[in-house]
Design a protein around this ligand. Sequence first.
Ligand SMILES: Cc1ncc(COP(=O)(O)O)c(C=O)c1O
Length: 286
Amino acid sequence: MSIAYLNGSFTPLSEAKISPMDRGFLFGDGVYEVIPCYEGQLVAMPYHLERLNHSLSGIALTSPHSEADLLEMLLTLVQKNGGGNLGVYLQITRGPTMKRQHAFPEHCQPTVFAYTFPISEPSDGSTDTASCFTAVTKPDKRWERCHIKSTALLGNVLHMMEAVEDGAEEVLLFNEREELTEAAACNVFIVSGGAILTPELDHQILPGVTRRQCIELLQRYTDWTIETRPVHLEEVLKAEEIWLSSSTKELAPVVKLNGVAINEGVPGPRWEAAQSLFQQYRFSDF
Ligand SMILES: Cc1ncc(COP(=O)(O)O)c(C=O)c1O
């Protein structure tokens, strides 16, 4: 039985209830984190807490819990769900309200919800264990605040459906200058002329914890050229390798883009080396 945390209590997930007047439900007025946990150990927790704080301040919401309390609650939740390999979902919304009005109400008690779901450990960096993706390219039609990890994900959901409708598993998004932003649920890296390129952080992309870990690992353990800069569609279409990054996937190779094979349809050598660094160092303090 899956155990959830809701507003101070641990309860079976199937019994957790929130008000239909919760602003998270009515407006998507909330923020969230997804933290991977392997053998009961949370990954990159300081980075997740730092981003949670940025997301909360981005929507002018104060967490009802201190960082220490949140951490303790999440560790207890992991234990109650048997430890092991879990994705930990944490959501804080502005909470329930009496009246549906757009402006923030004066008094609102935030809703804090967390639950876990099973995940498998990402690849060790070998081609045999890689989870490979197919993707398509599309114009990014989301809002101008993609740096906030908001629960209001309808834009991302609709983009993911564009991928599904085209028979692909992810979508690489491009702004009006045809520069890469990110994917519907991941950040993106490409290998071009041997260099590792990824868009710089701004309002168009989520500051991914895995993106941050990847850059730090590559800077520390390789002598590769790593550039955070605008990445044009033309460079992506000609890339030697394309990687998706997210907390539960770490680095996943894109092996087909718009129906065309990348690196002959198999994960590339740079991906193998980068993902095996995650395998070795995912728990290290960066
Ligand atoms: C839109 C988007 N970009 C990037 C990411 C990757 O972020 P992280 O590495 O922190 O999981 C996610 C993860 O859910 C996402 O939804």
